[in-house]
Design a protein around this ligand. Structure first.
Ligand SMILES: *Cc1c(COP(=O)(O)O)cnc(C)c1O
Length: 379
């Protein structure tokens, strides 16, 4: 089955009791057992729920894995994945991963005895140099947020596997529509499904997928033991969102491409970060590793422009955190999503005060460009 069909028919695509073409919301915590001491398929909804299970099968198929798990948020999924490791284990992590991942690492996981080194995962040599005898995993994002850095998953997986490391990729920005890390050698792929997979800014959820049976069992064990599961209502809503992933992603890709072309020619725009920029050094890698370039781009206004006036003049494009939804969302990382990072570190990482991140939605692109145009005129 091709990817677009899998979105709709993958996993358990209908209810086996009634034939309902959508898996029902099994709103139950427990299940009637027919014999004492039997081994029922369903016993308690933290451990397993048919609505969640259908979602887990679906995401496993979409990512080309064999086992999926659904969590209460992307952060809960990340926590479960890091819970595979023990006190004294060392993990090499991309230096520009999601801010909440750093918060979890710096304020929770290091306190529990996990060790981390942050490196630029675009630099294979830097990753190699960060390895220690107790290194157990490499954790990365590509494209990254908000500078759209591209790391070579295949090359990193080769390096990691010669050193017996697990490779973990946060695939939130790309989605399996654009990039399938397991096929490129990663061992674990995870998502904040609150973004593109859900796609409508109406839920918070997380997913993991693996291609190894034992690792799948370990993650299900942790999912049940820690307990940050996705409830049946949100599991259903997420499946509904995923059905239209392909049509949404095609619209995101196309709109972002046209907005990039518009911004590139605009006199008030100093710099644009976009994986589809043919002049960018990472373009060849992005083109090879991804099937298209996605709906995310960041840009800087020329010095002397009025950032506040620009943002506040936008009529259609919404000032908000988050990304990956049908509506276009804009934000200023220095003040919003990356505000917790000390300024010197942020500037060193290339995230300037005037950087703007745009999650291009699927509205009519002419309306989006008109909105940007009138707001830029006021900048
Ligand atoms: C939002 C996000 C997360 C965290 O997910 P939540 O669902 O908000 O907990 C993790 N990684 C990336 C890349 C994200 O954008």
């Amino acid at each position: 089955m091709k990817f677009d069909s899998k979105l709709i028919h993958g996993g358990t695509s209908y209810d086996k009791y009634t034939g309902a073409v959508n898996v029902p919301i099994y709103q139950t915590s427990t299940y009637k057992q027919t014999e004492l001491g039997g081994e029922p398929q369903w016993e308690y909804s933290r451990t397993g729920n048919p609505t969640r299970n259908a979602l887990e099968e679906l995401i496993a198929q979409l990512e080309g894995g064999i086992s999926g798990a659904a969590f209460a948020s992307g952060s809960a999924a990340i926590h479960a994945v890091f819970s595979l490791f023990s006190k004294g284990d060392h993990i090499v992590v991309g230096n520009d991963v999601y801010g909440g991942t750093f918060r979890l690492i710096n304020t929770v996981l290091t306190r529990m005895g996990l060790e981390f080194t942050a490196v630029d995962t675009r630099d294979l040599q830097a990753v190699k140099q960060a390895l220690r005898p107790n290194t157990k995993a490499l954790y990365l994002e590509t494209p990254t947020n908000p500078l759209m850095h591209i790391s070579d998953i295949k090359a990193l997986a080769t390096l990691a596997h010669t050193n017996d490391l697990l490779v973990i990729v946060d695939n939130t920005f790309a989605t399996p529509y654009l990039q399938r890390p397991l096929e490129l050698g990663a061992d674990i792929v995870l998502h904040s499904a609150s973004k593109y997979l859900g796609g409508h800014s109406d839920l918070v959820a997380g997913l993991t997928v693996v291609k190894d049976e034992k690792l799948g069992q370990q993650l299900h064990y942790l999912q049940n033991a820690i307990g940050a599961i996705l409830g049946p209502q949100d599991s259903w809503l997420l499946q509904r969102g995923i059905k239209t992933l392909a049509v949404r992603m095609r619209a995101h890709n196309e709109n972002a491409r046209q907005i990039f072309e518009f911004l590139e020619k605009h006199e008030k725009v100093a710099k644009i970060y976009y994986p589809g920029d043919q002049k960018a050094p990472a373009y060849a890698l992005a083109k090879e590793q991804m099937d298209d370039f996605g709906g995310m781009l960041s840009f800087e206004l020329k010095e002397g422009s009025d950032l506040k006036a620009f943002i506040e003049s936008l009529q259609l494009i919404t000032l908000a955190e988050s990304l990956g939804s049908v509506e276009s969302l804009i934000e200023v990382p220095a003040i919003m999503t990356h505000g917790a990072i000390p300024r010197e570190i942020r500037l060193k990482d290339g995230i300037k005060d005037e950087l703007i991140r745009l999650s291009v939605g699927i509205e009519d692109v002419n309306d989006l460009i008109a909105d940007l145009k009138q707001a830029l005129a006021k900048a």
